[in-house]
Design a protein around this ligand. Structure first.
Ligand code: UFG
Length: 343
């Protein structure tokens, strides 16, 4: 049984990926400092899979603790590195926190990999590296635009650190960099989902929390963009589809199928939807109202971006399968389940 270390494994994308890894027969070790997640996520993972993964409450910034943890677990076949701070606005206010958390963690892992004879590395990157692309849908070959936030910059620099490290040591490492578009939704069981601490920054948790009455009103940031209805367009992808791509990436490296020691893939659906379309579809499929008002633009927002996922479709043999309707149903089922737990 191959063993995968998942940093940030109790987080939103991490927990869904852990479920898919266990379902595919991998042994999983989670490292997470619970800075933006809850240890109870392990219960949800166990309910779905029947397996409780090993868990270590460690900050990836702590080199010694990570070194000791790797000693403890013996042979690790691959690392999927999710652990990172990800709030765009907060990163503008606290840049050093972001550079430290996101870059020191990455450097620690890359330094520890040869020490522990770990060769395979999957990195969580983001479509944010493209900024506002000149050509849509955006392919992996599109130019990297100057980052609009320290958070975005950590993803760009992270990719560069990985590239330079592999270039210098091509026999010690291979990596797959995954550029996520906008993950939304929850596992079909509604046992795990997105649970941001405090006021959500992202659209979908704000939509579900407004629909259930936790928030009075959703703010739609701008309706004067150059898009059909004036609101911003994104490529929203079901988090389980996204999770499955990680399992494929790990298998690809373990099976020696990678075409190169560093490969980069867009993970999106290829379909762009506006904020207003998301709200309308959410209301329709779930038969619930989402009170909202249009407010001014949010600083740093990209007008429109959606993926060309052809490269991932063809090379990884992976495709986003879920409809947006089903995805929005799953997001609502998760919010309802959370509310039931509290009552
Ligand atoms: N939006 C609203 N109201 C809200 C929240 C969001 O109208 O309350 C709009 C935004 O203006 C944007 C769209 O919904 O048009 C999506 O916004 P998100 O904040 O959900 O996601 P972003 O596309 O802004 O993505 C950003 C970064 C990603 C990062 C992601 C998760 O660009 O790299 O947040 O933190 F991964």
């Amino acid at each position: 049984m191959s063993k995968v270390l998942v940093t940030g494994g109790t987080g939103y994308i991490g927990s869904h990926t852990v479920v898919e890894l266990i379902n595919e027969g991998f042994e999983v070790v989670i490292v997470d400092n619970l800075s933006n997640s809850n240890v109870e996520v392990l219960n949800g993972i166990e309910k779905i899979t029947g397996v409780r993964p090993a868990f270590e409450n460690i900050d990836c910034v702590d080199y010694v603790a990570m070194d000791n943890m790797m000693d403890k677990y013996g042979k690790i076949d691959a690392i999927i590195h999710f652990a990172a701070s990800k709030a765009v606005g907060e990163s503008v206010e606290k840049p050093l926190l972001y550079y430290r958390n996101n870059l020191v963690s990455l450097i620690n892992l890359l330094q520890l990999m040869p020490v522990h004879k770990i060769k395979n590395f999957v990195f969580s990157s983001s479509c944010t590296v493209y900024g506002q692309p000149d050509i849509l849908p955006v392919t992996e070959g599109a130019p990297i635009k100057p980052a609009l936030s320290p958070y975005g910059n950590t993803k760009q620099i992270g990719e560069e650190i990985i590239r330079d490290t592999i270039y210098a040591n091509p026999t010690s490492y291979q990596s797959i960099v995954l550029r996520y578009f906008n993950p939304i939704g929850a596992h079909a069981s509604a046992e795990i989902g997105e649970l941001p601490n405090g006021v959500p920054n992202n659209l979908l948790p704000f939509v579900t929390q407004t629909a259930i009455g936790l928030r009075k009103q959703l703010q739609v940031f701008g309706n004067d963009y150059d898009t059909p209805d004036g609101s911003c367009i994104r490529d929203y992808i079901h988090v389980v589809d996204l999770a499955k791509a990680h399992v494929i990436a790990v298998k690809r490296m373990l099976d020696g199928k990678s075409g190169d020691s560093l490969e980069t893939f867009n993970l999106g659906t290829g379909r762009g939807l506006s904020v207003l379309e998301i709200i309308k579809t959410f209301e329709e499929v779930n038969q619930v109202k989402v009170p909202y008002k249009i407010v001014s633009r949010r600083e740093g927002d990209i007008e429109k971006v959606w993926a060309d996922p052809t490269y991932a479709n063809e090379v990884l043999g992976w495709k986003a399968m879920e409809t947006v309707e089903e995805t929005l149903r799953s997001a609502w089922a998760w919010e309802l389940n959370l509310a039931n737990r509290k009552n």
